[in-house]
Design a protein around this ligand. Sequence first.
Ligand code: DX5
Ligand code: ZN
Length: 214
Amino acid sequence: MNGELAPSILSFPLIELGQAVPVMVENGADWIHFDVMDGQFVPPITFGDQLVRDLRRVTQAKFEVHLMTLTPERQFDAFISAGCHRVIFHAEATVHAHRLIQQIKEAGAEAGVAINPATPVAVLEPILADIDLALVMTVNPGWGGQKLIASTLDKVRQIRALRPEMSIEVDGGIDAFTVAAAKEAGANVFVVGSHLAKADDLGSAVRNIKDLLA
Ligand code: DX5
Ligand code: ZN
């Protein structure tokens, strides 16, 4: 399975995104990953659907939104109509994961469900057949630039054993060194944030990670 790269824009200055996003796409980024935080599910507040709509004007690339929000279903339509192809919500943020997955699919997007480092794979098992992607958080959500928590990769292994063909995404602490362990565990979609945001040459940093995923 060839890996897909999903750069997170979280650690980039917002005013630079109009230039940075096309550079990442031209150099092989498969998805652009939008980290939406509401100040409730996680402490920080980031941005809303307007940023997605604005960046939709500079690229045709696929967009995914990672909702780190309570009552995530309130945001689905806004982000899908702004141009997101995939919507990912947290299993911990709802007691109705199955219904929310159907809601995303009926709105015409792919559905992903994320689990925090302390949440077991068992939470996902009843809905694995319904989702397009499982996102295993490899750090605690809320901030870019954290160190990957190695034990989370065991959960990637467990999901891969259950679902050989399903997309499994890792998010947090992925860089040119840790990407190999995440790939070996069975991940095939890789969110990379601060590693790219701090690169001197963004295009070559993207190409370098893509080469490691091939
Ligand atoms: C964390 C976010 C991640 C984050 C990844 O809450 O979901 O997408 O931006 O950033 P790095 O790659 O810096 O860990
Ligand atoms: Zn994310």
